[in-house]
Write a protein that binds this ligand. Structure first.
Ligand code: DLL
Length: 435
């Protein structure tokens, strides 16, 4: 049995969780109907009254919300509370398309901080810990979310933000940071830098809380080995609050969704049909506790599987897999679906680090997939036949994984730009030509 921040809710029976969800959903639907014209119009068009939603069983009757709705309603259209009751604005990191803004009342910030506190306690965090937050601060939710969670736990919080790797490492060694929070790609970079400086013995990290971008099991093992820590996943999105929508426990087999605040569903992205446990589809959230920016059935575009299987940690909240890709991150190359995570798995299995870039071009109406991969210092060689042999080996392994040919270019160590926030793995030049 593990450690919990709010055991009464994290380990509540399924009946108790359902009762909380039913009560909050009914209230939330009324709140958005009364305060958000877009939802009122949509429900009126569909002939649904707030009274028709009596429990979670009626959730499927409600309209979906999409990223386009958020853009259309920018900036105040979806605000469900008077602006003077809001205390914070955050914004998406703009991975795809235009920015989206989300609003928070103090109540919304408090519940978001609690969700992050649950994540920190789940990895063993207590008030004895020094929580080193290297997610970006500012409009991005990573920094302020984990910062707030760490305060709630009572840990000593280091608001490092991202960047300035030397200073990160100095504080880590001098102040004895024990829990590192950042993107997995930045964790890999920090690990590389710490080992290069020969400082591995001087860091006191025991755990890391890494999220905001896709990362593979192979990358988890790599970071765990290099830093001598346990690496845990955390998931979230600005539209629904930020980090802490779900988090991993000691079992490291998926992330528990904070179901007292967010009801998850997995749908068929084409038909919108709700799928049962165990089936892969698009993850959808309804936020049932938020006041300022509550969304009904928000389509995340993240592809996931939900599972109600009993977890050894004792938590009863449903678990989601790591996002297996984003419906809009999936590349279609020569008609074949390619996820960057498949390429990462091959590279790490072959002993490379996660320093790579995927470049897609279209030449003479035919797609071309190129993967640039950095050699590790140990495998670095300037012998051309050596390099060619290694490239051929990767071409074959990628062909086996993806079913298509990818041109592999091995590059010298340290030539691929390191990221301090979300890594840019894919450069799809075809989009530029289309405009
Ligand atoms: O990335 C919130 C966050 C901050 C989560 C810090 C975890 C840690 P956005 O910038 O709005 O919010 O981006 C949300 O990032 O829809 C996913 O596609 C992706 N994402 C977030 N967490 C994970 C994860 C923050 N653990 C989008 N694994 C989401 C894979 C993730 N993808």
């Amino acid at each position: 049995m593990g450690n919990y921040f709010q055991p009464e809710i994290e380990c509540a029976s399924r009946e108790e969780i359902r009762a909380i969800q039913n009560e909050r959903l009914v209230k939330q639907v009324k709140h958005v109907y009364d305060n958000v014209p877009m939802y009122r119009e949509r429900m009126d068009e569909m002939g649904i009254k707030p009274e028709d939603i009596k429990s979670v069983d009626d959730l499927h009757k409600l309209p979906f919300t999409t990223k386009d709705d958020l853009r259309d309603q920018y900036p105040y259209g979806l605000l469900a509370k008077p602006l003077e009751e809001c205390v914070r604005i955050q914004s998406t990191s703009g991975t795809t398309g235009r920015r989206v803004v989300a609003f928070y009342t103090q109540h919304d910030i408090d519940l978001w901080d609690e969700c992050c506190a649950r994540a920190i306690v789940a990895v063993g965090g207590t008030k004895e810990d020094v929580v080193h937050v290297s997610y970006g601060y500012g409009l991005f939710t990573g920094g302020s979310g984990l910062n707030g969670g760490s305060h709630k736990v009572g840990s000593l919080t280091l608001p490092m933000s991202s960047g300035n790797t030397d200073r990160q490492i100095q504080f880590m060694t001098d102040l004895g940071s024990t829990i590192l929070c950042c993107t997995p790609s930045y964790a890999a970079y920090l690990a590389e830098s710490i080992n290069e400086r020969g400082l591995r013995d001087q860091i006191h990290l025991k755990a890391g809380i890494f999220g905001a971008e896709a990362w593979t099991e192979e990358m988890r093992h790599d970071i765990e080995d290099k830093l001598g820590i346990k690496a845990y996943d955390i998931y979230g999105l600005t539209e629904i609050s930020g980090p802490g929508v779900s988090f991993e426990c000691e079992a490291q087999t998926g992330m528990h969704v904070n179901e007292d605040h967010f009801i998850p569903e997995v749908i068929n992205p084409v038909t919108g049909e709700v799928l049962p446990d165990g089936e892969k589809g698009e993850l959808v959230f309804t936020s049932i506790s938020k006041e300022a920016f509550p969304l009904l059935r928000y389509r995340t575009r993240d592809i996931c599987i939900l599972s109600h299987e009993k977890c050894p940690c004792g938590r009863t909240h449903v678990k989601m897999t790591k996002p297996l890709g984003r419906s809009d991150d999936m590349l279609i190359v020569k008609g074949v679906n390619v996820f960057p995570s498949q390429i990462e798995t091959v590279l790490l299995n072959k002993g490379y680090a996660a320093n790579y870039q995927i470049i897609v071009t279209r030449v003479n109406n035919s797609d071309n997939l190129e993967v640039q991969v950095e050699m590790t210092p140990e495998m670095f060689s300037d012998n051309v036949s050596d390099i060619t042999a290694k490239e051929k080996e990767l071409v074959a392994a990628l062909k086996a994984m993806l079913g298509i040919y990818a041109d592999v270019k091995l590059v010298a160590p340290k030539t691929i730009t390191r990221s301090e926030g979300k890594a840019v793995r894919v450069i799809d030049k075809r989009n530029l030509y289309q405009n």
